[in-house]
Design a protein around this ligand. Structure first.
Ligand SMILES: [Zn+2]
Length: 205
């Protein structure tokens, strides 16, 4: 398995600054004005609350880097790089919108200040996965039920462990709905049956 980084082009998105981001940046602004160590020492986590964290980018620098979660569940993230003046204006309410960059995929709501930002969800992929998905699709198309699927699967992936088999079966969501899901015991039993079939075949040769 090799994880490949492939940063896809981002789309420009103008967003209204959510209240709780404004609240956080108002707090950041107060740290900056008070020359608090959290705002003067470079770090990536000295300034934080429940849904944002970050800090000064570099010594004597003017920019701060934050990761902000726009939802209660920290599923999406915004990677923000903001300078002191912008943070001040946001806390004063004179800046109400941010121009950010997002993925072209509709179901991804991660946003970045940097147009070349790397999305943890969309810009990495496993280079072995497309080839495996293709094989799994062929196995599905060649099978009429769970038992056949398992036989066809074994022909192509003879060394898979039962948990791996279940993962592969479940990764094709249409299958679980159509034929029901597998349990580990079911797989182990089927594996024994299949081994028998193969051993008798070899015996006859
Ligand atoms: Zn994305």
């Amino acid at each position: 398995m090799a994880i490949i980084k492939d940063v896809k082009p981002k789309q420009k998105k103008e967003v209204l600054i959510p209240d709780r981001l404004k609240e956080f940046l108002t707090y950041v602004n107060s740290l900056i004005l008070n020359k608090d160590e959290a705002a003067t020492i470079p770090s990536d986590d000295l300034i934080q609350n429940d849904f944002a964290s970050g800090g000064l980018e570099e010594e004597n620098g003017n920019s701060y880097y934050f990761t902000y979660s726009p939802e209660e569940i920290a599923r999406d993230e915004w990677k923000l790089r903001l300078d002191k003046e912008t943070i001040n204006k946001i806390s004063q309410g004179t800046i109400k919108k941010l121009t950010l960059w997002g993925c072209a995929k509709n179901n991804c709501h991660n946003l970045f200040s940097n147009p070349k930002g790397t999305c943890s969800r969309c810009d990495y992929f496993d280079d072995k996965k497309p080839a495996k998905d293709k094989k799994l699709r062929k196995i599905r198309e060649a099978s009429n039920n769970k038992a056949e699927w398992l036989l066809n699967y074994f022909a192509i992936f003879p060394n898979s462990s039962p948990p791996q088999i279940i993962r592969d079966y479940n990764s094709d969501t249409a299958l679980g709905a159509k034929w029901g899901s597998f349990t580990i015991n079911e797989i182990v039993d089927k594996m024994k049956e299949i081994e028998k079939i193969f051993s008798t075949k070899n015996h006859k040769r």
